[in-house]
Design a protein around this ligand. Sequence first.
Ligand code: MRU
Length: 368
Amino acid sequence: MLIDGTHYRSIWLAEDGQTVQIIDQRKLPFAVEIETIRGWKEMVIAIRDMHLRGAPLIGAAAGYGVYLACLELAAGSHDGFDVGLEGAMAELDAARPTAVNLRWALERQRAALRGADSREEKVVVAREQADAIAEEDVAVCAELGRHGADLLSGIAARNPGRTINVLTHCNAGWLATVDHGTVTAVIYEASRRGLPLHVWVDETRPRNQGALTSWELTHNGVANTVVCDNAGGHLMQHGKVDLVLVGTDRTARNGDVANKIGTYLKALSAMDNEVPFYVALPSSTFDPSMERGVGAIPIEERNADEVLEVRGYDGERESRVRLYADGTAAANYAFDVTPARLVTGYVTERGVFDAHHLAEGLRGANRG
Ligand code: MRU
């Protein structure tokens, strides 16, 4: 998508073919900085410390992490390629626990590498597989966007001449995928079709991914307004939201949805106010091995300092400010699980499904 009129992806293989480049999302929205990832260990750090983030992008990054590991191991001594690769995969896998795309991408790499004999062949296969994961993500998001835009077109047709208000939480934008986004693919496609749209953007404490969403929507010409995380209930109660559309980090077989902390409260409020609540779900984020999500999907707990501090820009530089007295106890649950009963539908690359038809609709879709 566009930054100041120039097209970017969130991750790509550098021209040298030996390193990977990403947009360092810690610097956004104040600066667009490209970071070069020079090895698999740097990729682990980039995923863990959120230089990049968002489930599909984490998957693509893991795919390239395996390629970087193969490159490094192929250049090393002749022993221990396979053991070294398993070690690298285990560290990549442990970088963040909730987004299933990470494990999915590693499984894809593992399956593809089984068919390669020599180290040279493994390097080639790992690169092809990483590129394929990234390219497929772009295609899947574009297709998902078309199905979701049909949904918005329906709402617009029932409300002629009125702006359609979508509320979203966190960043399920192009920055969270390789391109287009999941939630934003729907919004960009609807906007291309000329639908009058406005997006309410939850700020999404403590990491403020709403700043990313607002920034990317603005760069791509979509009207949006940031609200604090607690505003959604009020907006829905007063008829200011036509549809809630959120992303997901892992959706279980029964349709339970793990997404950024606070999503569950939005779903409860949507149910109480009869506002449709949809989830944008690329099949790579569907976990058919997990029967249900509540109590089963691993929920990442991050450093409490993310809650105790705010990060911002003081006009000259980025700075951190403490909000609480020294010694204050804080907990930082990064995700929650919204039960399937609160979800109106799932927008996927294969169409829009309700929870009862989701597993069947996505059968065989995400095994690459
Ligand atoms: O902690 P983050 O920023 O990686 O969390 C991201 C989200 O919760 C997104 O909503 C989700 O990954 C879907 S991205 C298309």
